[in-house]
Design a protein around this ligand. Structure first.
Ligand code: UDP
Ligand code: MG
Length: 210
């Protein structure tokens, strides 16, 4: 659904536009008190619309904790940063990556001179694959990881605080909502992903964000 294009905007983007206009309409106190139809719309359709829209805005993204982080004993440190941020772990497992999965995962890099070295690095030890969930999780997680070159990554990010290398940059994170959908499906079977309500959901997000 995320990838469907309608005249330049994705279905997802169109829905957010419609939702925003409709929510402004429903929030207008004058219309609410003067027009029965608006009142009805808010009481009957609003809860449905809100739940539906929230489920669309909730994103899942793929994280790989790379072999350098495994060897340096940083798995817990990295996972705890995602937990502390308020992201929910929808899936988590250890995997040994082979060339087939790496070629699919790094299809945009297979013709680069450094690719054989990257393949060797990514298969040196098993990795931890995690699926993280949250509102706008894809962008939030990328920000938390920092830019590709760890030496240039901002302090406070995982790469900025823990790394000094371009290749050995500790984590992979999906770079768009579209690639997140593909990557989560590449690394996880549907029955390896879990939806559950977290005890902290009500304090991680405000009422109007959930
Ligand atoms: N990489 C590398 N040399 C480069 C660029 C990338 O070794 O010049 C490695 C690095 O580990 C990086 C991965 O290839 O994380 C994937 O590259 P991409 O450009 O997708 O960066 P990312 O999305 O991980 O920041
Ligand atoms: Mg990338």
């Amino acid at each position: 659904m995320v990838g469907d294009q309608v005249e330049g905007y994705s279905i997802y983007q169109w829905w957010v536009i419609v939702y925003t206009i409709f929510s402004a309409f429903c929030d207008h106190q004058f219309l609410l008190t003067k027009r029965g139809i608006t009142d009805k719309l808010q009481r009957v359709f609003w809860p449905f619309l809100r739940t539906f829209t929230r489920s669309i805005l909730l994103e899942r993204t793929l994280i790989l904790i790379k072999p350098d982080a495994i060897q340096r004993g940083l798995m817990g440190e990295i996972a705890s940063r995602f937990e502390a941020k308020g992201l929910k772990i929808a899936g988590c497992k250890m995997m040994q990556l082979d060339n087939a999965i790496l070629d699919a995962h790094y299809v945009h890099l297979t013709d680069k001179p450094f690719y054989p070295r990257l393949q060797e690095f990514m298969s040196a030890t098993p990795v931890i694959a995690m699926c993280l969930e949250g509102f706008e999780a894809v962008d939030a997680v990328r920000e938390l990881c920092g830019v590709t070159n760890s030496r240039k990554a901002a302090p406070g990010t995982i790469r900025g605080d823990l790394g000094m290398s371009m290749q050995c940059n500790l984590v992979h994170a999906s770079d768009s909502t579209e690639s997140a959908v593909d990557e989560v499906a590449r690394f996880f079977q549907p029955n390896e992903l879990y939806s559950y309500s977290g005890a902290l959901d009500t304090v991680v997000y405000a009422d109007d964000e959930r």
